[in-house]
Write a protein that binds this ligand. Structure first.
Ligand SMILES: NC(=O)c1ccc[n+]([C@@H]2O[C@H](COP(=O)([O-])OP(=O)(O)OC[C@H]3O[C@@H](n4cnc5c(N)ncnc54)[C@H](O)[C@@H]3O)[C@@H](O)[C@H]2O)c1
Length: 253
């Protein structure tokens, strides 16, 4: 039996980068997957790739900052697959800005997409999972653990996701829900988000960031997806409220 046989997963930001790798890996482990994103062309092409691999995948247009769209996503998932076992709160954006120069608009946007979305998703998933149990996996970042002068809003949002995760995990435990809630903290990963962020960095900062990973490179999205599959599976049955750092040694120094 596959690790995630008969399980149903929703992955936000599932059309690209880490989210897409999670969709593929969760499906390879046996799960049925809902790819939730705002980039529907990309979602559709991932769905076709997954169908070609024999996986079950549906797509759903969902802006994770909108509460009503979360409700619609949950309703759609229950309608097509009948249950929800795994939620990966992965959708995110990166906007470069220091404490001195970040605009209020960029701050609010970053908090909405990277932080409030995780609150909304976790709250909605608990509603659906409270009787049946499940695993909620929140994609934070090394930048939820250590500071980056160029990403103050991102730092603030990812740090909040780390502790929101612990608070929700404690609540689920106290209520007797069989829901585990954990965060994942990737180092830099080769995705469109990082390509965009690197292109905005001054000088040789991008090269310096790569060199700051003692393992000698940045990650492939699949190297984060394996951790997500682990947390989704029964192999992580005693893990809740924890933070898994997958960073090639970045924060070890
Ligand atoms: N790439 C990295 O180095 C890295 C490192 C640590 C953490 N992360 C986190 O991993 C997650 C995925 O990042 P990625 O690098 O794969 O980025 P990506 O840009 O490749 O993918 C992000 C996806 O989120 C979607 N998205 C953006 N705003 C959305 C919204 N409002 N509603 C729904 N979907 C939305 C995008 O359409 C896109 O498909 C993010 O939370 C990011 O902060 C990335």
């Amino acid at each position: 039996m596959s690790r995630l046989e008969n399980k149903v997963a929703v992955v936000t930001g599932g059309a690209s980068g880490i989210g897409a790798a999670c969709c593929i890996a969760l499906a390879e482990a046996g799960a049925k997957v809902v790819i939730a994103d705002i980039q529907m062309d990309k979602a559709k092409s991932l769905q076709s790739r997954m169908h070609a691999l024999g996986s079950q995948a549906e797509i759903f247009s969902c802006d994770v900052t909108a509460p009503a769209q979360w409700q619609a996503l949950m309703a759609y998932t229950l309608e097509v697959f009948g249950r929800l076992d795994i939620l990966v709160n992965n959708a995110g954006i990166a906007i470069v800005g220091t404490i001195e120069d970040v605009s209020l608009e960029d701050w609010n946007k970053t908090i909405a997409v990277n932080q409030t979305s995780v609150f909304l998703g976790t709250q909605q998933a608990i509603k659906v999972m409270k009787d049946s149990g499940g695993s909620i996996i929140n994609i934070s970042s090394i930048e939820g653990l250590v500071g980056n002068s160029l990403a103050v809003a991102y730092n603030a949002a990812k740090g909040a996701v780390r502790l929101l995760t612990k608070s929700a995990a404690l609540h689920c435990g106290q209520q007797g829900y069989k829901i585990r809630v954990n965060s994942v903290h990737p180092g830099f990963v080769k995705t469109p988000l990082v390509e965009q962020a690197f292109s905005e960095l001054p000088g040789d900062l991008a090269e310096q960031i790569v060199a700051a990973h003692p393992i000698g490179r940045i990650a492939e999205p699949e190297e984060i997806a394996t951790t997500v599959v682990f947390l989704a599976s029964e192999e992580a049955s005693f893990m809740t409220g924890s933070e898994l750092v997958v960073d090639g040694g970045y924060t070890a120094q």
